[in-house]
Design a protein around this ligand. Structure first.
Ligand SMILES: NC(=O)c1ccc[n+]([C@@H]2O[C@H](COP(=O)([O-])OP(=O)(O)OC[C@H]3O[C@@H](n4cnc5c(N)ncnc54)[C@H](OP(=O)(O)O)[C@@H]3O)[C@@H](O)[C@H]2O)c1
Length: 258
């Protein structure tokens, strides 16, 4: 077989690698954790709901790390727990995220703005700082942040100013870390999903008016699912994405292409 065929067959494999996936108790994070494990990685799953994490860790032979990442004091203990339980991580997927207010921009309470930044932007940055030493010592690694198309474009009718700012912040952080850490072969990228059904968006899909708004604004005809997003994460996490760094990859069924 030609060397390219060999490489093509192996470039999505993650055998022997240790990965951390935050927000893995549901939605995209859970799907990504299952996908990375299916490709051979040993995966530490991080979130608050212990029962769900324990079940998933058992299913994928991984490690449950129960932490509330909104409390930034909890972040520092994540990586040491993973090193103890599975070994040094060379993949980090920051998928934990939430919205804390549905107020219009002029009325967002300061406390909600801070909460949004803590979970969606500062916790991912602190986790990136924490995985830097093991990734540097291993000769490289890959960090994938999950943002949102709302970090790129305004979304009429769905007010989310602080959420959008936190997600746009991830793209800035991504470019800067990519440049600073390139010499250690640590790649840093962001995946920006459009809409897909999850616990955060269930309420949108349950309203016929909102569901129709999503359909009308998404060029591809099918409804997005977490499965539609994981391909980009898997690509960027492993060798298939070996020369891609500092990028924000939009996976939105064409929403932002209009
Ligand atoms: N669904 C969409 O249409 C969409 C679109 C664009 C971007 N996104 C982004 O995609 C990512 C995944 O969201 P999803 O749609 O899959 O929603 P989801 O099912 O609600 O998942 C969110 C995850 O984050 C975890 N989490 C929330 N607060 C946390 C905290 N304080 N500490 C630790 N973990 C916490 C949740 O677990 P616990 O509750 O157990 O802590 C859960 O595992 C998020 O960053 C979201 O902003 C989603």
């Amino acid at each position: 077989m030609a060397p390219e065929h060999d490489y093509a067959a192996r470039m999505f494999g993650l055998d022997g690698r240790v990965a951390i996936v935050t927000g893995a108790s549901s939605g995209l994070g859970a799907s990504v954790a299952r996908a990375l494990a299916a490709l051979g990685a040993r995966v530490a799953v991080v979130a608050r709901r212990q029962d769900r994490l324990a079940e998933l860790a058992k299913e994928i032979d991984g490690l449950a790390v129960v932490r509330d990442l909104s409390d930034l004091d909890n972040v520092a203990s994540v990586v040491p727990a993973v090193v103890d339980g599975l070994g040094a991580p060379t993949i980090l997927v920051n998928a934990a995220g939430n919205m804390f207010t549905e107020e219009r921009a002029e009325s967002e309470p300061t406390a909600a703005i801070r909460q949004t930044m803590d979970l969606n932007l500062i916790a991912p940055m602190l986790l990136a700082q924490a995985v830097f030493p093991p990734m540097r010592d291993a000769g490289g690694g890959s960090i994938v942040n999950i943002s949102s198309i709302s970090g790129r474009v305004g979304l009429p009718g769905i007010p989310q100013a602080s959420y959008a700012a936190s997600k746009a912040g991830l793209s800035g952080l991504t470019a800067e870390l990519a440049v600073q850490w390139a010499r250690h072969s640590i790649r840093v990228n962001t995946v920006a999903p459009g809409f897909f059904r999850s616990e955060i968006t269930d309420v949108l899909y349950e309203s016929e008016r909102a569901a129709e708004y999503l359909r009308r604004n998404t060029p591809l005809p099918k409804e997005g699912t977490a499965r539609d997003i994981i391909g980009a994460v898997v690509w960027l996490a492993g060798d298939a994405g070996s020369y891609v760094t500092g990028q924000t990859v939009v996976v939105d069924g064409g929403w932002t292409a209009r």
